[in-house]
Design a binder for this molecule. Structure first.
Ligand SMILES: *Cc1c(COP(=O)(O)O)cnc(C)c1O
Length: 372
């Protein structure tokens, strides 16, 4: 983590208080006994996994990661927390996963048998993933009891949790309610047959926000912790954790008829002041923002992006900011004065989702603590 912004071309300022605030809002929204798994896959949604784990390790019960590499990355930092690996492991990753003490998910008997063989005397605890409509991993819901029964015959394996995933918790409430109802019946059946012992988890951010009373034992929260709500009604409760900035590297006057950037897609309509800014698509400022009404903030004023985003630089219209100087701060994502560019705004303008905006923020973007 860097400590001074003065020499950076593009950087992200991270606010620990905002992260903890968002977690507190989630807890307030849920029943008291519901546990929280902070999902920190993909470098904690681009926020810097070390920073996020250090900030939350005393505050959440679980961390969720995508794969073995990510689990190993946080193992020593998050020693007080359980770590669930959300995706299926490759066969050659399983031994290290068990040795690391991480919790894998299983979808079929072949995975169960492989983990059982690695379980030794102590046995390995796994979570049974159930496919109740996501179609990505898990045993299909009508075959889950059969698989859990088969697992009971395996020495070296215990089912220590059961989970499923919601594909439309922010798009289709009827489907989501039906899906959760079916899953709850299945869990009751598994429980009555003593086929597992441990937490039941269903909900991502959208699920936890939209259906707090269906949370069961544990929610797996990602996006909302970082301050973007997948459901509009909760957005006002959350604070953005990350602000993304760059700097003005040049300011020039451009006459009517001159063109800006590759493809010459933007023609200067009348004499303008144009600033060049030190960020590009290689930093994660998407090329899909080109000619889509994207704006950056300079001195609290919205300045339109001109022409195409290039690899390392963008050009913006600063005619409305006559006092702009080289070196000045440019806000790509975040607040300046009374203006704010949100991850949702960038996502809509580049036809994607805030998850991709955050995870797309590149390696050249220095992560640092926000100065309050
Ligand atoms: C990524 C992920 C989550 C977190 O989703 P958000 O929408 O970011 O809250 C939860 N569960 C699983 C299985 C995931 O892969």
């Amino acid at each position: 983590m860097a400590s001074s912004q003065t020499s950076f071309r593009t950087w992200a300022e991270l606010d620990k208080d905002a992260l903890r605030h968002n977690l507190a809002e989630l807890r307030r929204h849920l029943s008291e006994q519901v546990q929280v798994m902070a999902v920190v896959k993909a470098n904690a949604y681009g926020h810097g996994v070390e920073w996020v784990v250090r900030a939350l390790r005393g505050e959440v019960e679980w961390f969720g990661v995508a794969n073995l590499e990510e689990a190993k990355e946080i193992a020593s930092l998050a020693s007080g927390n359980a770590i669930l690996v959300l995706g299926p492991a490759l066969p050659e990753e399983r031994a290290a996963l068990v040795e690391g003490g991480f919790t894998p998910v299983i979808s079929d008997f072949e995975e169960a048998r492989a983990y059982a063989a690695l379980g030794g005397k102590a046995g390995v605890g796994v979570h049974l993933a159930v496919d109740s409509g996501m179609g990505r991993l898990g045993v299909w819901e009508t075959e889950a009891v059969e698989l859990a029964k088969a697992c009971q015959t395996l020495r070296g394996l215990r089912i220590t949790g059961v989970g499923t995933h919601l594909p439309v918790a922010d798009e289709d409430d009827d489907y989501t309610l039906q899906q959760m109802g079916r899953f709850r019946s299945l869990v009751n059946e598994l429980r009555s047959m003593h086929l597992f012992d441990g937490p039941v988890h269903i909900e991502n951010s959208a699920g936890a926000i939209g259906f707090p009373s269906d949370a069961e034992d544990l929610v797996r929260a990602g996006l909302m912790l970082y301050g973007a709500s997948p459901r509009a009604e909760f957005q006002e409760k959350l604070l953005p954790v990350l602000q993304w900035k760059a700097r003005v590297t040049l300011v020039r006057s451009m006459a009517t008829g001159r063109t800006v950037s590759y493809g010459r897609t933007f023609v200067i309509p009348q004499a303008s002041r144009v600033a060049t800014v030190s960020v590009g698509y290689a930093d994660g400022y998407s090329r899909h923002l080109s000619n889509r009404g994207a704006e950056v903030l300079i001195q609290g004023i919205r300045c339109p992006l001109l022409g195409r985003v290039t690899m390392d630089q963008i050009m913006v219209d600063v005619t409305a900011v006559p006092s702009v100087v080289v070196g000045e701060e440019v806000v790509l994502l975040g607040r300046q004065g009374d203006q704010e560019v949100t991850a949702w705004e960038l996502a809509r303008k580049s036809e994607t989702i805030p998850w991709e905006i955050f995870t797309g923020i590149g390696r050249r973007v220095i992560r640092m603590n926000a100065v309050r």
